[in-house]
Each structure stands twice: as structure tokens, then as C-alpha cells.
Design a protein around this ligand. Sequence first.
Ligand SMILES: C[S@@+](CC[C@H](N)C(=O)[O-])C[C@H]1O[C@@H](n2cnc3c(N)ncnc32)[C@H](O)[C@@H]1O
Length: 433
Amino acid sequence: MKINTRSAAFSVIFEIESKKNINADTLMEKYHQKLKKTKDRALFVELVHGVLRYKNLLDYYINFVAKKGVKDKKILNILRVATYELLFLDKIPDYATVSEACGLAEKVNKNQKGFVNAILRNIIRRKDEIEKALERVKEVNIKDFLSIKLSYPKFLIDYLEKSYGFDKTVKILEFLNTKPLQSIKINTKKISQAEFLKKLEACGYEYEVPELNREIVYIVKGNIKESELYRDGYFYYQDLASSFIVKWNRYDFEKASSILDLCAAPGGKTFNCAEVTRGFVVSCDVNKSKIERLRENLLRLGFDNVIVAENDALTLNEDFVGKFDIVIADLPCSGFGTIRKKPDIKWNKTKEDIENLHELQLKMLDNAAQYLKEGGIIFYSTCTLGHRENEDTVLRFLEKHKDFNLISQNTIFPDEYKCDGFFIAKLKKEGKA
Ligand SMILES: C[S@@+](CC[C@H](N)C(=O)[O-])C[C@H]1O[C@@H](n2cnc3c(N)ncnc32)[C@H](O)[C@@H]1O
């Protein structure tokens, strides 16, 4: 099938839904490159993220008018993309949406063109009636309503409610449905904040600088990756939340002579360390291709105090035992804090994944504990929300490792900090108990 914006969007969503553990970003990148115009690429991202963000809501509209449901998954995804356009995109006229969707349906399954046309016309005609029906769901069961209106799996609503209470959960879920701006961190080893902002203005970029870290910049418009500023190594990609580990503990990182970043790729925290430490950083990951990209970025950014190594955090590395002042354990997690950027996470994580990740984190932390010198610090962090992978992991670690003290633990709530959701615990190895 010839690729256009909508066919690309529907193909990506179809593939994400049909295969577990598929990397949505890599898949999107593949289709992104096939679209030549900037305008088409922007619409493609909007459609894929929009459908993944509001899948339950779109399905509610579709199933309201298609009483027997839609069995053909390809047709369902064509309908989802079109329904997203009808509900959320003002600039595309309804007739254009319907005509594009019918054209696509014809290519996928000739017999379904009329069905797609009828469903979409019904949604346009019965929009108010559908909205009212959804309001009635709210009166009967508020969590069913939220699961449809904000489009999250019910288990996730229950899980977050158990951790943070109902009202806070709603605020978090609402914020995680907003569209993020590109977030970058200035490489202060190469350029000052003031100089960088001058260059940014000279290149015509609109930007915002968050209060809580003036070295982070939000790019409001434009693809800064294609700029000279990127090639010259003046910045790297990083979310505000992820920058807090080094920002809030700068003194520890400055004076450390040896830092281990246990799960380092794509490298944000390694770069933060490299900017401030007088010592050196050993930056590890298990994934070969991610390590290659990390190396390329280190060259681009001009850091010469980082050693990169392929290492499995689950296996004890004898060479590391007792060698480090700081271990950053920014571990694999369910990633619920990053749903704004990766809305597919809503649909590809389960309750079992949370439990498995909690156990995996404990195993990795057992090794991290051995890599520290006495008096050293583990910074345990995740980009997820919910107690199981955060406070509970810390608690169980401390029960087992009596020689460690919890110095602090903080949840970065996305709705408060206006960034990714994140968790940071600072654990100090006091010596043999
Ligand atoms: C949350 S990301 C790390 C983000 C990174 N610290 C940063 O700031 O850019 C988790 C990383 O863990 C890596 N990983 C997964 N399993 C691992 C293992 N067994 N050993 C080492 N790294 C692993 C993944 O490849 C992924 O890059």
C-alpha cells in the first residue's frame, strides 16, 4: 500500500497493538522517515499519539454506533484514526476525514468501505447523544467513566489510587494526557546558559525555561535535532525530572572520584555527571546498539571523563566490587511517568509486569550495593509512579541491606512539576552493621 500520513498512522497503531514488547518509537521513526513533508510528519505523530492516548474513548464512540463491534482490527484502527480526527482536530473538515478513511478501508477490504462510511457519519450525527450517554456512565461508576474519558486501563487507575488516593490519581492521569514539549539540557561543559539561549534565539527557536532547572530548555516549535546546535554538542535530550538526581545532589557528584551509571543508555544522567564531577564515570548498559548511540553522543558532547562498558546489571561484576563512591541505579521500570511521550505504555503494561519489574529492581540493587565503597551512595530512580516499584523496592532493599540508610526519597509528581513522573531514593552505605 502506498504510504500517506493516515495509512502510516494506522499501520503503526495496528502493529503496536498486535505485537507485545514492540518498540513504538523505533517503529514510528521508520514510518516518519518515509513521509517527506514536515506537515505530514507532524500530523502522523499527532494521530498515532492521539489514538494511543484516547483509545478507550475512541472505542466508546465507535462501539456506540457499531452495535456488534468491529471485528476486523485493521478496519477498527482506520476508524480510530478517523474518530480521533473528528473529535480532536478542528482543522480537518469532517468530509475529508470520512473520505480518507473510506479510501483506506477500500484498500484494506473492499467490502468494508460502506461500513466505515456509515460508522463515521453516525458518529458525526450522534455526537451529542454519545456524550450524554458517557455522562451517565459517570453517575453509575466514576472509575469506569475515567477509564473511558481519560482512556487508561482500569488496573492502572486502581493501582495509582491505592498509592496516592483518588483525587491525586485523577490529576496525574489528566496531566499525563497532555502533549509534552521537546525538553533539552544545555551542555554546560561547552557553553553557558546565557550563550546558548542567545544562539537559540538567533536560530529563531521559541523556548521556555523551567524555574526548577535553568539548564533545561523546552523547545516550543521546530525540530532542534536538525540544527547546528545539536551537531556542535551544545545540548542533549533530557526531561526536567531526570535532571533532578544530579541537580539536587550536585555536591555529592562534584566530589565523587568514581561514579557508576549501571543502566545508562541513552545517557542523560551520565552526561549530567560528566558535566559536574571531578572524577570519572563508568557508564554501562546491556543493550549493544544503545551503547553505540551513547558513545556517539559522548563524542558529540565532548566528554572525556566517561568510560563506556557493556555490562549486565543482573550479574555480579567482580571488577566493580567496592570501587565506586556513587552508583546511579536508574533501573528498568514500567515507565508510567513517561506516558505523555510514550502513550503506548498505557496499553502494553500489566499488573504482572509491575511485580516482575519490582523483583528485577531488587536483584539489580543487590549488585549495586556491592559496587559501592563504604560511605558511598546509591541513587535509585525510576521513571514510573506507584508504590510497588518505588517505595516498596526501597523498603525491601533496606530490609535486606542493614548497612544502608535511607537519606531521602522523593516522588516527582508530573501534575505538580509539569514534567515526567519520577522517583528518586538516596541510599547511603554506612558500613558493616
Ligand atoms: C530507564 S532506562 C535508563 C535511562 C538512563 N539512565 C538515562 O538517564 O538516560 C533503563 C536502561 O536499562 C537498560 N537495561 C535493561 N536491562 C538491563 C540489564 N540487565 N543490565 C544493564 N542495563 C539494562 C536498558 O537498555 C535501558 O537503557
